[in-house]
Design a protein around this ligand. Structure first.
Ligand SMILES: *[C@@H]1O[C@H](CO)[C@@H](O)[C@H](O)[C@H]1NC(C)=O
Ligand SMILES: *[C@@H]1O[C@H](CO)[C@@H](O)[C@H](O)[C@H]1NC(C)=O
Ligand SMILES: *[C@@H]1O[C@H](CO)[C@@H](O)[C@H](O)[C@H]1NC(C)=O
Length: 574
């Protein structure tokens, strides 16, 4: 103990002396560090694409706005007249087209989404992806012919055409998604959609085997057909087949609109970077009606299921009855219900003659305010919004955490069941099940969320994380700039004055060597295997020798004794 302390004392002394000498003899004048970067010779054109549009766009647009301020030339290709109509993003030019294969309002989509059955939604999504491949590929190509993109920025969901086109043109592509857990190599991350848990830490061997081995195998089998169809579409626009369903995304930078505190921690490839939560700098303010409602109701629940999720009219009635009970018991005194896609007329038919439910649905009940659309972040930021009843979409989760609002989560589809588990394990939410919705359960959980101190405490802890990490959209813009600069430095000039790159090796600074070493060498299985064999041989040899010695000793003693006995006998006889 003493020598160690002594060494560290001496060491500190040496450091102190060095510091002192530096201070005394070094120059006293400080020069401001030059942090400016010249961007005058950098490639400038960025083509951003999304097949989904809508709620998928803000996370891209916040980053694109930063890049635009830094002098880049941005073009967005996405469905819906999004940027022109938004006050936040109207500076970003958008090429609008509508995707008839991915129409949320179509009967097919409505049906699949209302049933909320993954195995119904999945084929609808893969079909949309396959059918929109060629049209989108051609749109991207046509837009690119005009602007000569130096970099493609692709929303990952069902958007393989973006990565394929970039790959074919030899241009870098960066992906963005709110959830990269499917791409990470951590076997303990899984998905409740497949009957697993988001975090498999405490699960049995059987469940871990099922979720890490069997499910991925089933996925490969199920995806074989769609993948073949996708490759047939690829062939028709002269793109080589690719056998990874996620698309041509390996060795490319993938941004995840997420952060640790919400996402399950893992050691991940430097190519996968958490840059979330992306929160807009400006957001729409409360309308006068909402403002006065919130000021008059100091214990308000905000309820919305986002732009995609739908629940049955029966479930709507159950939720409204829970609100009535909570108001009756004076647990809460107000509800703001943003209906969005929920069709209240169907619930009205079901309400029979329940006068309170009918007056709520007609927006005449004084404690419950219905609005078709609401300024969500402004509502959540209001001090009187005490709880958020949400479907658990990523954007809503982020905003709720950002404003330290505890959540009651009713997950419906996609990444929502996983998000619900993550929020619960962060201690800031409880969840209810769409398959078994009950008034008493909702009432009980709302009471717990409002009364138990831990939820508010954890919400404040996570809020700090969310606020700190919300600056990382600037980091996302930095990373995209780094990729463009790397392309300029490593690429060869093409006929349009841009740079052509080898996408496999472009980001060698971030590609971990194990991906090049193959499965066995990459995971060091050969070395560990040899170590195990050597250990077994040594251990076996040792045990064998020990056994031999003991055996020898025992037989020697026995023989000795026997010969002694026979000697004695002989003596007696004599
Ligand atoms: C930016 O893009 C537009 C087309 O979208 C093009 O007309 C313009 O020349 C580009 N500017 C630069 C600096 O490349
Ligand atoms: C998009 O919206 C803006 C603003 O509302 C409008 O001026 C423009 O005509 C719209 N464009 C299309 C193609 O609908
Ligand atoms: C698993 O169990 C350990 C020990 O009881 C606990 O610390 C950890 O939070 C649990 N993890 C999950 C995901 O429940």
């Amino acid at each position: 103990m003493l020598p160690k302390n002594l060494i560290s004392l001496l060491w500190n002394f040496v450091i102190f002396i060095t510091f002192f000498i530096n201070q005394s003899f070094g120059s006293a004048d400080l020069i401001k560090q030059d942090l400016s970067l010249s961007r005058s010779n950098e490639p400038k054109n960025i083509l951003a694409t999304s097949i989904i549009g809508g709620s998928h766009l803000p996370q891209m647009l916040e980053i694109l706005k930063i890049l635009k301020d830094r002098g880049y030339n941005i073009t967005l290709v996405a469905p819906g007249n999004f940027t022109a109509r938004s006050t936040n993003y109207h500076s970003i030019p958008q090429v609008i087209f509508n995707n008839e294969y991915y129409d949320r309002n179509s009967h097919e989509f409505d049906h699949a989404f209302l049933d909320n059955d993954f195995f119904k939604i999945f084929p609808v999504l893969t079909n949309a992806m396959i059918q929109s491949y060629v049209p989108f590929y051609n749109i991207y190509k046509q837009v690119n012919d005009e602007i000569n993109a130096d970099l493609f920025f692709c929303d990952i969901l069902i958007n393989p055409a973006c990565f394929d086109l970039a790959w074919k043109l030899g241009k870098p592509a960066v992906g963005i998604s709110s959830d990269l857990s499917e791409l990470t190599s951590s076997p303990y991350k899984s998905n409740p959609v497949f009957g697993c848990h988001a975090n498999m830490e405490n699960e049995s061997f059987y469940d871990r085997f099922k979720c890490a081995i069997i499910n991925p195998l089933i996925k490969v089998l199920v995806l074989r057909g769609p993948l073949k169809d996708l490759n047939a579409e690829r062939a028709s626009v002269d793109i080589d087949p690719h056998w990874d369903f996620s698309g041509r995304i390996s060795n490319r930078l993938m941004l995840s609109n997420n952060f640790y505190g919400f996402e399950i921690p893992s050691s991940d490839s430097p190519l996968h970077q958490n840059i979330g939560p992306v929160i807009p700098d400006n957001f729409p303010d409360l309308t006068p009606v909402l403002d006065s409602f919130l000021n008059d109701h100091p214990r308000t629940i905000y309820f919305t299921l986002g732009t995609n999720a739908v629940i049955s009219p029966q479930n709507v009635i159950i939720i409204l009855n829970s609100f009535l009970k909570l108001i009756d018991q004076k647990v809460i005194d107000g509800v703001i219900w943003s209906t969005l896609r929920t069709d209240t007329s169907k619930s009205l038919q079901l309400a029979n003659s329940n006068s309170q439910i009918i007056s709520i649905l007609n927006n005449e009940y004084p404690h419950i305010h219905i609005s078709k659309f609401s300024p969500q972040l402004a509502i959540l930021s209001h001090v009187n919004t005490k709880l958020f009843l949400t479907h658990g979409g990523t954007g809503s989760c982020h905003e709720s955490m950002y404003t330290a609002t505890p959540m009651l989560v009713l997950p419906i589809l996609g990444d929502q069941p996983r998000n619900a588990e993550l929020l619960e394990s962060a201690g800031i939410a409880l969840s209810i099940s769409k398959a078994n919705l009950q008034v008493d359960d909702i009432v009980l959980k709302v009471k717990r969320l409002l009364n138990e101190e831990s939820f508010k405490k954890n919400a404040e802890r996570v809020q700090f994380l969310a606020k700190m990490n919300s600056k990382r959209k600037y980091r996302a813009a930095d990373l995209i700039e780094i990729v463009m600069n790397t392309a300029k430095c490593q690429g060869v000039k093409d006929e349009n004055g841009g740079f052509k790159v080898d996408n496999e090796n472009l980001l060698s600074d971030w590609i971990t060597p194990d991906t090049r070493m193959g499965f066995i060498k990459g995971k060091y299985l050969d070395v560990y295997g040899a170590a195990v064999i050597i250990f077994l041989v040594l251990f076996g040899g040792f045990t064998y020798t020990l056994w031999k010695i003991i055996y020898f000793y025992i037989t020697f003693r026995k023989e000795n004794r026997d010969s002694q006995k026979s000697l004695n006998l002989n003596k007696k006889r004599n």
